[in-house]
Design a protein around this ligand. Structure first.
Ligand code: NAD
Length: 351
């Protein structure tokens, strides 16, 4: 297949692109604006591989998006590009509305006009997979789980912008017949995760002997899925999902944030026993405004219909993730020191 992936230089996008090209042999065109959150080094294993091309482009640029569809002639679009960090959405919501809402509309329109021009035989096989988050459903009471029927109740500018993008994706299916699929996934972890997010931030702070700042009482719960399980889930939805449907993907691994940070400390105690116990670094800080208490996914629909299930066990894969950061300092050091810009890499300045 020929697949356009937006946001392919980000955390999940890079895991997905590597899986599509290296494991499955697809041809991929990555569209990415290379914002601060992108790290093109994540796709370095594909350097020289003719099955992959990276084009720096803003998904809010309709002319460019239309032209790239016509030029690449995709069989599918997997749309991941987004502003993704909740804390940043609180200080700069406009950037989230622009990329997540307008950008999704531009991508849907670009795909639609290309799809409408396809011969009948190819139109039925085309897919547009919109990748979203479980945060659109708001906060759960203790012990409850989100399903595909859960009511939308976004509570941060990030989740509100993603909720809007989900509605646009479904509207393009209902209104224009574009073969759209939507996924809403829980919190991801794994290699190549930008170090402003909880798990990589804690790993790098622990590595440097800095404090581990935990919001509030640390009892907010998240359902952690390994990024490679998510990438495989997205492919399963693309290949076997029913058009017009939504699939929830989760890790079946609900942990509160304090337990997650303690898990990272335990991995460090094992890997760096000379600095144990790492739990002494934990420090509670003022909670984030509107901090959702619990997210948890019931992914039985995806499991039953697609034959997919999350495979990685959290404790084991968390230690693998810690090990990845220990072994890949060249990936994170420039970001950590604020030295990373696309310019340094001969690409574009970071936004
Ligand atoms: P990320 O922030 O790591 O990467 C986002 C990528 O999008 C970056 O490479 C960035 O350069 C690119 N981008 C941003 N604005 C752009 C624009 N205007 N034009 C083109 N490219 C642009 O994000 P992520 O964590 O990999 O998330 C990917 C997708 O998955 C997002 O849609 C997010 O909402 C969704 N999601 C993330 C999680 C998670 O835990 N990280 C969970 C569920 C769903």
């Amino acid at each position: 297949m020929r697949i356009i992936v937006t946001g392919g230089c980000g955390f999940i996008g890079s895991a997905l692109v590597l899986h599509l090209v290296q494991d499955l042999g697809h041809e991929v065109l990555t569209l990415d604006a290379l914002t601060y959150a992108a790290n093109p080094i994540s796709l370095a294993p594909l350097d020289g591989d003719t099955r992959h091309r990276l084009v720096q482009t803003d998904i809010c640029d309709p002319a460019r998006v239309h032209a790239l569809h016509a030029e690449f002639a995709p069989d599918a679009v997997m749309h991941l590009a987004a502003e993704s960090h909740v804390d940043r959405s609180i200080t700069d919501p406009g950037a989230f509305v622009r990329t997540n809402v307008i950008g999704t509309q531009v991508m849907l329109d670009g795909a639609r006009s290309y799809w409408e021009g396809l011969p009948e035989a190819k139109r039925g096989a085309f897919r547009f997979l919109h990748v979203s988050t479980d945060e659109v459903y708001g906060s759960l009471p203790e012990g409850a789980f989100f399903t595909e029927e859960s009511r939308y109740d976004p509570r941060s500018p990030y989740s509100a912008s993603k909720a809007a993008s989900d509605h646009l994706a479904r509207a393009w299916h209902e209104t224009y017949g574009l073969p759209v699929l939507v996924t809403n996934c829980s919190n991801n972890y794994g290699p190549r995760h930008f170090p402003e997010k909880l798990i990589p931030l804690m790993i790098l702070n622990a590595l440097e002997g800095k404090t581990l700042p935990v919001y509030g009482d640390g009892l907010n719960e998240r359902d952690w899925i390994h990024v490679e399980d998510h990438a495989k889930g997205l492919v399963a939805v693309l290949e076997r999902g029913r058009v017009g449907e939504t699939y929830l993907l989760g890790g079946r691994s609900v942990q509160n944030n304090l337990a997650t940070v303690k898990g990272i400390c335990a991995a460090f105690d094992h890997l760096r026993p000379q600095n144990a116990p790492h739990e002494r670094l934990i420090h509670f800080v003022t909670d984030r405004p509107g901090h959702d208490r619990r997210y948890a996914i019931d992914c039985s629909k995806a499991e039953a219909e697609l034959g997919w299930r999350p495979e990685k066990a959290f404790e084991v894969a968390l230690e693998e993730t810690v090990r990845w950061y220990l072994d890949n300092e060249s990936w994170w050091r420039p970001i950590r020191e604020g030295r990373y810009t696309g310019e340094r890499l001969g690409l574009a300045p970071a936004a």
